[in-house]
Design a protein around this ligand. Structure first.
Ligand code: 6R9
Length: 653
């Protein structure tokens, strides 16, 4: 085959023809219908103004969008609201105080039921406690917690006071925590003695002690007692939540804040550079998380039980465990621990116990369940489920089918939702009552969102083409800047293409114009002049019934520029027969995608390196494939994984 010159266009290799129509019953009663697309296209700002009416405003806005100083957007200017009032008090005032906000389940099996009235009381006390600690509007508060109700209560107390929170994953090291506390200049840290993970109490407080050593701006550490383990104590600085917060008055009157008042700063990991503090504000953010939760999950507050099985320290938890569901008065499940504790059916036991109707999780979890086998979910009654969602990475078509079949009983739509910390809320996704879903495709930008795929000149690619995902018009829940670094905000997101938001993801449009996400552009491989996405090769591997999960990287190669190297995890019942299996998988990829995509090398491994939000860290695998020493591993969930992988390596030549 003749070598083609390198192009910045992604090759379109994967073909997928399966389609799933919305169930008739769901479509007939869907919260949002086809008409929303037309409505938003006719007048985008009027569409978002209508969605903003879902919230309680103390003062209505004058102007939907101020885009006079791009790329710095202001939404709903002149408007005032209180985010915590919208998430809690107004439901109590409407007579829904007894409604369950959270069915919380601890990993050891302890449970708590938190109603909206409970939440109002607890948030009131926490807000008064923060006031006593001298927290003023605008002050930052860091939250480093396990998945317990106090995490939500702390976030809402901050929102109530207009004190932006920054929640840091409980699994991050003290260094990562320190960088974040320092960058946003937090005065208070809220933490716990520890939390339960994988069947054991894991400490949090020592990391806080280490992180804030010598940081003068941190005045107090508020500590929730969760595990009862011993903690070191600094008198005058450290306070127990059960002593200090529980003694406060429950009464706290929420004050309105400007629509553009900062709500939170969420740090994106940033693989090599300093983490970016993504700033979200109040009115636009809450409008879009509330509407997308209503539209894409078809949330019926009186009958649904919603479960986002993700960590609150990930943006998915902020928007779809806390702000979206609470703004809609939903009942959610919140689970502290890992899916395999004390057994691999824990999630399905929870779905059965709480009669969960909508489940939202990451492809990495789905592929793990594929590895564990279908018998495990089959032992539970999952018939309450009516809708499934996916987020975090492209969902391989075979993982989508597995999810729909084995968890969704072949009835439920699967909504593959594309978005980012930076976008704040869902951006590209099917609408469950409208869209005829294609396994592996995020389908269309939501009503009110103007996204497209462009070539390296910023020109839209035709149907059938691939390139870079961009957003063309500002949206309500967009990041406003990077905390303290406007210049980096402009440079990172708005400078690659003039006037367009650059998401950093590769994507293609199929012949129908539907969108398929193809992974981060940094991960795209250049093989003999073709740009090939890691996602497509991974999906081809996962379409082999022996494979549960695959990660693909491009390693430098003297003849083809880069060569494809794949790391593969087998499904539970598959047998690794060495070279024969590798040959079979290489041929399988070549058959599905063409000879150009045939991996040079395939390694069968027990685990893959992942971040806490479940994204595969291909950078580390590239280090392995190119025989380099490993780069920064501090954001890995489990740092022993890389040792397991290296053990599997063939001896270096
Ligand atoms: C919500 C979240 C953002 C990056 C994003 C993309 C990937 C997320 C996806 C998806 C394909 C989906 N991503 N959802 N890729 N299909 N449905 O994950 O935020 O942690 O900031 O990550 O995740 O690469 O650019 P965040």
């Amino acid at each position: 085959m003749a070598q083609e010159p390198p192009t910045e266009t992604l090759s379109n290799l994967l073909q997928e023809s399966r389609r799933f129509a919305p169930p008739a019953e769901l479509a007939a009663a869907a919260n949002v219908t086809e008409a929303a697309y037309g409505e938003a296209a006719a007048d985008r700002l009027a569409f978002w103004e209508k969605q903003a009416e879902r919230l309680h405003w103390n003062t209505k806005w004058d102007n939907a969008l101020d885009w006079s100083n791009p790329p710095f957007a202001k939404w709903f200017t002149g408007g005032q609201l209180n985010v915590a009032y919208n998430c809690v008090d107004r439901h109590v005032e409407a007579g829904n105080g007894d409604k369950v906000a959270y069915h919380w389940e601890g990993e050891p099996g302890d449970t708590r039921t938190i109603t909206y009235a409970d939440l109002k009381r607890e948030v009131g006390k926490a807000a008064n406690a923060l006031i006593e600690l001298g927290v003023n509007k605008g002050d930052r508060v860091a939250i480093y917690m396990p998945m317990i109700p106090e995490t939500v209560i702390a976030m809402l107390a901050c929102a109530r006071l207009g004190a932006p929170h920054t929640v840091v994953f409980g699994g991050f090291s003290s260094d990562a925590l320190r960088n974040r506390i320092e960058d946003c200049g937090a005065h208070i840290v809220i933490t716990a003695d520890g939390g339960y993970r994988r069947g054991a109490a894991s400490a949090l407080k020592p990391a806080v002690d280490e992180a804030i050593e010598g940081l003068d701006h941190v005045r107090n550490v508020l500590v929730v007692r969760r595990t009862g383990q011993d903690v070191a104590w600094t008198d005058g600085r450290d306070l127990w939540w059960h002593e200090f917060v529980d003694g406060q008055s429950e009464e706290h009157e929420a004050q309105p804040h400007d629509a553009e008042h900062p709500l939170y700063v969420m740090y994106t990991s940033g693989t090599t550079a300093k983490p970016k503090g993504i700033l979200h504000t109040s009115g636009g953010y809450l409008t879009q998380v509330s509407w997308t939760h209503h539209a894409v999950f078809d949330l019926k507050p009186d009958t649904d039980v919603f479960w986002t099985a993700a960590d609150i320290g990930w943006v998915t938890g902020h928007s779809y465990i806390v702000y979206g569901p609470l703004s809609n008065g939903a009942t959610s499940v919140m689970y502290e621990g890992t899916p395999d504790t004390p057994h691999k059916g824990r999630w399905w036991e929870l779905v059965e116990k709480y009669k969960v109707t909508i489940l939202y999780c990451a492809p990495t979890a789905i592929r793990t369940f594929m590895k564990w086998g279908t018998e495990i979910p089959a032992q539970h009654d999952l018939s309450s489920l009516r809708l499934l969602g996916s987020v975090g990475e492209p969902i391989n078509p075979e993982a989508y089918i597995w999810y729909r079949t084995n968890i969704g009983g072949d009835r439920t739509p699967v909504v593959d939702t594309w978005w980012q910390t930076e976008t704040g809320a869902l951006m590209i996704s099917p609408l469950p009552g409208v869209t005829h879903g294609k396994p592996g495709a995020a389908m269309r930008p939501l009503p009110g969102i103007d996204a497209d795929v462009v070539d390296d000149q910023g020109k839209p690619v035709p149907d059938g083409g691939g390139g870079f995902l961009v957003v063309k018009e500002p949206w309500p829940s967009m990041l406003r800047t990077i905390w303290g670094d406007d210049e980096r905000y402009v440079k990172t997101y708005w400078s690659r293409f003039d006037g367009l938001y650059f998401a950093g993801d590769g994507a293609k449009k199929d012949e129908d114009g539907d969108l398929w996400l193809l992974g981060r552009v940094d991960d795209v491989m250049l093989v003999s002049g073709h740009n090939i996405s890691t996602t497509e090769v991974e999906s081809a591997l996962v379409s082999n019934p022996k494979v549960a999960e695959a990660a693909v990287v491009g390693a430098t190669d003297p003849t083809t520029t880069q060569a494809i190297v794949a790391f593969v995890i087998l499904r539970g019942d598959s047998i690794d027969d060495g070279d024969a299996l590798v040959a079979e998988l290489r041929d399988h990829v070549a058959r599905h995608l063409g000879p150009i995509a045939k991996p040079r090398q395939i390694m069968i491994v027990p685990e893959l390196p992942k971040t806490r939000s479940g994204k595969i860290m291909r950078r580390l695998l590239r280090d392995v494939a190119e025989h380099r020493s490993l780069g920064d591993v501090t954001t890995l969930t489990d740092s022993t994984v890389m040792d397991l992988i290296k053990e599997k390596l063939p001896a270096q030549k």
